[in-house]
Design a binder for this molecule. Structure first.
Ligand SMILES: *Cc1c(COP(=O)(O)O)cnc(C)c1O
Length: 393
């Protein structure tokens, strides 16, 4: 692979390793182990003297390695480690780095499971976590201390689509020597500029746009060779959240079409958001691609496009929101996102059900809020579907 290739070329050819047969499509090496020619070779492999030599699939596998190389090339990081799910990537990025007595600052608007890891798990092991309003740089400035080891945030929060200024937070955190760990799912690798903006570690749920067709669960941690090989990899090798070779193959195929899919979905999301804006049945539409979004300018410099997910608040609370969900024909009620199929979810009763009512209020997860992940259907059909359901109220 050539480093000067553009993202779309890397997404198709990056990381490819061919066997002696020269297969064009990537091979699935469904093997847990590798036979050595001699006892000496086995010894040498365990010393890990050479790249691309494999020992055991919990440590690495040729198909998984192809996925890791390809996604690292796209994101612009030196290295990557693929995991069994997005949550395995989030958990390992934090647990591999932190120890009792360390301090972490995190945005409070997080995906429910991320919040659980920071609030319930890390604290149980003696890590102190301070939560801040991610969009307010003054709060980051006040919370980051000389003993802060890492900061964590979602570059676009779920489900209220608030952006965190990666560059701004990175400047604050780097001044204290803290590592910036970004959950970058909603930005997608297509729109991500996280490395240029100062992120040190980037995690993705590959379940979302990377597969993009709702088939497999996966994740990835991206960073420097130093972080991946010395911090993340030892933790992951020994704790076991490895990606399966079959999943890695699905993800490799996903990366080939991701750019086309994500751009088409983002265009559809903008059209739908524009069409819904001002609808009499809605209190408001939230989409970073709309000029009315308070962080529209930050979105333009950080992502270039608003992404593939929008949220809107239905007048009449949960009852009205449920009526809308039940009236939709094309858009499916489910809780994945980034899928080819448009998906809608009611965060207050599903993904964020666990939160106390005050927490929901604080995060803007109102009873009428719906989160819609725009798929690959014709935007005109989606507009008609959603408008039809709203008009029926
Ligand atoms: C889905 C998601 C995760 C978790 O990913 P899984 O693959 O479901 O484990 C983490 N963070 C964000 C922002 C997500 O949307």
């Amino acid at each position: 692979m050539n480093d000067s290739w553009k993202k779309r070329t890397k997404a198709v050819h990056g990381g490819t390793k061919r066997s002696q047969f020269g297969e064009l499509s990537e091979a699935i090496y469904l093997t847990q182990g590798f036979a050595y020619d001699s006892a000496e070779q086995a010894e040498a492999r365990f010393l890990k003297t050479e790249e691309d030599e494999f020992i055991y699939a919990r440590y690495g596998n040729p198909t998984v390695a192809m996925f890791e190389e390809r996604i690292a090339a796209l994101e612009g990081t030196e290295d990557a480690f693929a995991t069994a799910s997005g949550m395995a990537a989030v958990t390992a990025s934090l647990m591999s780095l932190l120890k009792a007595g360390d301090h972490v600052v995190s945005a409070k608007a997080l995906f429910g499971s991320c919040l659980y890891v920071l609030e319930e798990i890390l604290t149980r092991y003696g890590v102190e976590v301070t939560f801040v309003d991610g969009a307010d740089l003054d709060q980051w400035r006040a919370a980051v201390r000389p003993d802060t080891k890492a900061v964590f945030f979602e570059s676009v929060s779920n489900p209220t689509l608030e952006l965190v200024d990666i560059k701004g937070v990175a400047e604050i955190a780097h001044a204290h020597g803290a590592l910036i760990i970004v959950d970058n799912v909603f930005s997608t690798p297509t729109f991500s500029r996280a490395v240029d903006l100062g992120a040190d570690v980037i995690v993705y749920s590959a379940t979302k746009h990377i597969d993009g067709q709702g088939r497999t669960l996966g994740g990835v941690i991206l960073g420097t060779t130093e972080f991946i090989s010395k911090t993340a990899e030892p933790f992951l090798k020994h704790t076991g959240a490895a990606m399966s070779p079959f999943t890695a193959w699905v993800m490799l195929k996903g990366l080939e079409t991701m750019d086309l899919r994500v751009r088409a979905q983002a265009d559809g999301a903008l059209k739908l958001a524009e069409a819904l804006q001002g609808h009499p049945a809605l209190n408001h539409v939230i989409f970073p691609g709309l000029a009315a979004h308070p962080q529209h300018a930050l979105m333009q410099s950080q992502m270039g496009q608003g992404g593939t997910v929008l949220s809107f608040d239905v007048k009449g609370g949960q009852e009205a929101a449920f009526k809308v969900l039940n009236a939709l024909e094309i858009v499916k009620i489910s809780n994945n996102l980034g899928d080819a199929k448009s998906i809608v979810t009611h965060p207050a009763t599903t993904t964020h059900q666990r939160l106390a009512p005050e927490q929901k209020d604080e995060l803007g997860i109102t009873p009428g809020l719906l989160r819609l992940s725009v798929g690959l259907e014709d935007p005109d059909d989606l507009i008609a579907d959603v408008k039809g359901a709203l008009d029926a109220l």
